[in-house]
Write a protein that binds this ligand. Structure first.
Ligand code: PGA
Length: 244
């Protein structure tokens, strides 16, 4: 594992954007799996800035959303596809036909899940997956449970996650209670994993992630430590409890 601790969230975002841009420079057709939430917003801002300066070209890159609320359509302002459009796609030269996510509006969601995994396979697999981490250790929407699911699947969201996500909605009652998420297999088959964390609120989970001597499905992120190409970038605030 490569571990980078930055002074603050802004420098975490810069380093993360450099990492993503590097991947796209080396592999212009890279399939990126990009996450939503507060953590990567600064990274996307930085990528837009780099694009405007001519430092990165997304014209041949591909991108997917690794999860989506059921059933928010692609234009729903709280949906994850819309999030990526709003924070990145609309501001760079990515071809929208090369961006996709699970079609959660389709009647048969089991079919959606299968088709999504199939499409990832047809595209040749994920080259770089950018992950945030939940305060409970979830990655994408693989939540702490006794068992984790390999394939893309529907996930009931925990009370804590619903509460965390309520800030994006007018009221907590509007927060969807289920999401479709990529499973553990496609996370592990990603050629590179980049995990980001910033802020004090992530310090307990980052301590558990880095210092735990066991792997646990109750802290899904701990499994990432088995990935052969994992980079973690976090700021000092998230790292403050990690020093033994
Ligand atoms: P956050 O979410 O970036 O909004 O903290 C992290 C996650 O749930 O993956």
């Amino acid at each position: 594992m490569q571990l980078i601790i930055t002074d603050d969230a802004q420098s975490m975002s810069k380093k993360a954007a450099e990492f993503v841009a590097d991947e796209v420079r080396k592999n212009p057709e890279a399939l990126l799996a990009l996450s939503t939430g507060s953590t990567p917003i600064g990274c996307y801002k930085e990528l837009v800035r780099m694009y405007n300066e001519g430092a990165v070209d997304f014209s041949r890159a591909r991108s997917l959303n690794m999860d989506e609320y059921i059933r928010l359509d692609k234009e729903h302002p709280q949906g994850y596809y819309y999030f990526m459009k709003h924070h990145l796609y609309e501001h760079v030269n990515i071809d929208m036909n090369r961006t996709f996510g699970p079609d959660v509006m389709k009647e048969n969601l089991d079919e959606t899940a299968k088709e999504f995994d199939q499409r990832i396979e047809e595209e040749g697999g994920i080259d770089l997956i950018l992950l945030g981490i939940g305060r409970d250790g979830h990655i994408a929407f693989n939540m702490p449970e006794n068992e984790l699911t390999f394939a893309t699947h529907i996930q009931e969201l925990s009370e804590a996650t619903i509460q965390d996500n309520a800030r994006f909605f007018d009221s907590i009652d509007e927060v969807p209670t289920k999401a479709m998420t990529i499973g553990i297999e496609n996370i592990f088959k990603s050629k590179k994993v980049l995990l980001l964390a910033n802020g004090e609120a992530k310090s307990d989970i980052m301590n558990a992630f880095l210092n735990s001597e066991t792997l646990s499905t109750h802290i899904p992120a701990t499994l990432l430590k088995l990935h052969p190409d994992l980079t973690v970038i976090m700021d000092q605030a998230a790292a403050q409890k990690c020093v033994k």
